[in-house]
Write a protein that binds this ligand. Structure first.
Ligand code: GLN
Length: 279
């Protein structure tokens, strides 16, 4: 028995001692050992190879330091799609699936070929989930960050989903383009929100537009009518306390059928509206 060799049970005990949740620890160890979580559960005595043990120590350090699990694993599941993620992109959140449910209902199974844009796509989560569920749609995804676009493009290629990627800052870069449906999960956290402290590993520009948190939402709403086909829809994710101001911006911009929906946690999380038939 070699005292220097680490087995699964001892490795998981190290994680627990560092305050790392058992599920996270199992996912990390399973990945490093190229094993399944189920296999791990039955193999407490299995030894980690030396290179695995050294990776494990590095990952324990990073996870205990608050680095999100998704960045360690390099992957996050969204709407049944396994997406590559790097620190260049926001980690897709479950509440963003609300936008996909909404878009599903709007796109229906109509035979007509609808066009959809995902503004500020990050990992590509929204755009790819739409293309997966509605192969007949034409999907465009934008981001202002070339590094994010590279991640999104890589995901599209790996998943064999055809999406057009454009480097653009909200509507700047989309001149002359019109869509039937505009979707966005833009940065909406206010600059001085203490919640940002816990999100320090994610790209700040994906979380906050600065100031009161409304800059990106307002820019998208202000330009949306000029990029929507008649009766086209705009659906935006926003903060739990931002629904009223977002609705007011949509009213001012002449939108109709304004509706806010709640996420699974009960927070008002997305607001959608329809462009008037005649502006
Ligand atoms: N929902 C994210 C969070 O608060 C914020 C994402 C965003 O700003 N679009 O963790």
């Amino acid at each position: 028995m070699n005292a220097n060799r680490l087995n699964v049970a001892a490795a998981l005990a190290q994680a627990r001692a560092r305050g790392i949740a058992l599920l996270d620890a199992r996912l990390m160890l399973a990945r490093l050992m190229a094993a399944s979580r189920t296999w791990l559960i039955g193999h407490d005595e299995a030894f980690l190879e030396a290179d695995v043990a050294s990776h494990w120590r590095a990952w324990l350090e990073r996870r205990a330091g608050g680095e999100p699990l998704a960045y360690l694993l390099g992957q996050k599941e969204f709407r049944g799609l396994l997406l590559d993620v790097t620190p260049a992109v926001l980690i897709p959140r479950p509440e963003t699936e609300l936008l996909i449910d909404w878009a599903d209902a709007l796109l229906g199974d109509s035979g007509s070929r609808k066009s959809v844009v995902d503004l500020g796509t990050g990992s590509g989560a929204i755009a790819l989930a739409i293309k997966q569920a509605h192969p007949n749609t034409r999907v465009v995804a934008t981001d202002t960050s070339p590094a994010a676009l590279a991640v999104a493009q890589g995901n599209a290629e790996r998943l064999s989903l055809s999406v057009e990627f454009i480097e653009a800052s909200w509507w700047q870069g989309l001149e002359g383009r019109r869509f039937d449906l505009v979707l966005a999960n833009p940065p909406y956290v206010r600059e001085d929100d203490p919640a940002l402290d816990a999100l320090g590993h994610e790209p700040r520009a994906a979380l906050t537009p600065g100031g009161d948190g409304f800059g990106a939402l307002a820019a998208i709403i202000a330009g949306a009518a000029g990029h929507l086909n008649a009766k086209g829809w705009l659906v935006l994710e926003h903060g739990f306390d931002q629904a009223e101001p977002v609705r007011a911006l949509l009213r001012q911009a002449g939108f109709e059928d304004i509706e806010t929906r709640r996420d699974l946690a009960g927070h008002a999380r997305a607001t959608g509206a329809r462009r008037a038939a005649r502006p």
